[in-house]
Design a protein. Structure first.
Length: 329
């Protein structure tokens, strides 16, 4: 069995190869079919227009060979890169903030210790590219600078695009536009969205909301890493990439769809919890197993299980939750 997956991640000791093989042989059929459809859609061009058909195609998964290109186009990163030629390299050549550089260097060895491509011994070692992207971004967006969690996101972008400049512009699309204020020093957007999820759970899975309240478990304890790392290291790689396909096209509401699906699907299991630590353990468990590995079925579920979820609803909840957080100081 291959101990290292196609993205360079080492598989854990208890990895279930048999069920993974069974899943992947089925998934390969899907991937092949999607690849043919995408090739027809792109017809060798490097552009697509947003449309219902494209949205449908993205929800069904972007083949790896087209993934970087589609992410760049639909997120607006491609347009930004073309409007700012040479900007990325100028950032790297400019004056550096020592504190920022130090913070990024500290996190280099902590980024994907289980990925062979990020090891110092790797050739080429992706730590170098990761360092460049983060330093450039910290100088580009001084309000954010560098915040833990960004290293994992930039690392994933580098694995997929294999290109520093594209990774930089995709990081900018995520942090600057798609995720509202997750990585600023106060992390107000992140805290707000965790509260928004709590409100959505009250509406869609009330029994779980009631359990959390009864045991005084704050949402931030069980879901903050889902939001900060956009499910990296929480869900299997293939599943994370499928989530990101939709995130770049449809925006931050995808995160709520994923979270609600995980909670709703495992409602009975979560409700077995009888105390605080038990609840925290259950939330760790629900991100493992066949349900999340079968990424194709999982992605179908995130668009059906939580029911309707409009951006208008989310924005309204965001306003209320943000006001509450600000009033608490």
């Amino acid at each position: 069995f291959c101990r290292v997956d196609p993205y360079g991640f080492e598989r854990p000791e208890d990895f279930d190869y048999a069920s993974y093989e069974a899943f992947f042989s089925r998934y390969l059929v899907v991937l092949t079919r999607r690849a043919i459809k995408w090739s027809k859609l792109l017809k060798g061009k490097n552009s697509i227009q947003k449309s219902l058909k494209v949205k449908r195609y993205i929800r069904k998964g972007i083949p790896n060979e087209h993934r970087a290109l589609i992410w760049m186009i639909v997120s607006g990163a491609q347009a930004n890169m073309e409007q700012n030629p040479g900007y990325y390299h100028r950032l790297l050549e400019g004056e550096k903030n020592d504190k920022l550089v130090e913070a990024i260097k500290t996190d280099m060895n902590r980024t994907f210790p289980d990925n062979v491509k990020f090891r110092k011994s790797a050739d080429p070692c992706l730590q170098h590219n990761l360092y460049n992207v983060l330093v450039a971004y910290g100088h580009h967006n001084k309000a954010v600078g560098y915040c833990q969690g960004m290293n994992f996101i930039a690392g994933y972008l580098i694995l997929i695009t294999k290109n520093e400049e594209e990774s930089f512009w995709l990081l900018d699309a995520l942090i600057g536009r798609i995720l509202p204020d997750y990585y600023s020093p106060a992390m107000l957007g992140l805290k707000t969205d965790q509260e928004v999820l709590g409100e959505l759970v009250k509406m869609k899975v009330p029994a779980v909301a009631e359990l959390m309240e009864r045991h005084g478990v704050m949402w931030t304890l069980v879901v903050s890493r889902w939001f900060i790392c956009l499910f990296i290291d929480i869900l299997p790689v293939e599943t994370v990439l499928r989530i990101w396909d939709c995130l770049f096209y449809e925006g931050s509401k995808i995160i709520f769809r994923v979270a609600l699906t995980l909670i709703k699907q495992h409602q009975a299991f979560i409700l077995e919890a009888t105390n605080f630590p038990d609840i925290c353990d259950k939330f760790k468990e629900i991100t493992k197993g066949p349900f999340v590995t079968e990424c194709h079925t999982f992605m179908q579920k995130i668009f059906t299980d939580p029911g309707s979820l409009s951006m208008a609803t989310i924005n309204k909840l965001r306003e209320t939750c943000r006001e509450q957080l600000l009033s608490q100081g």
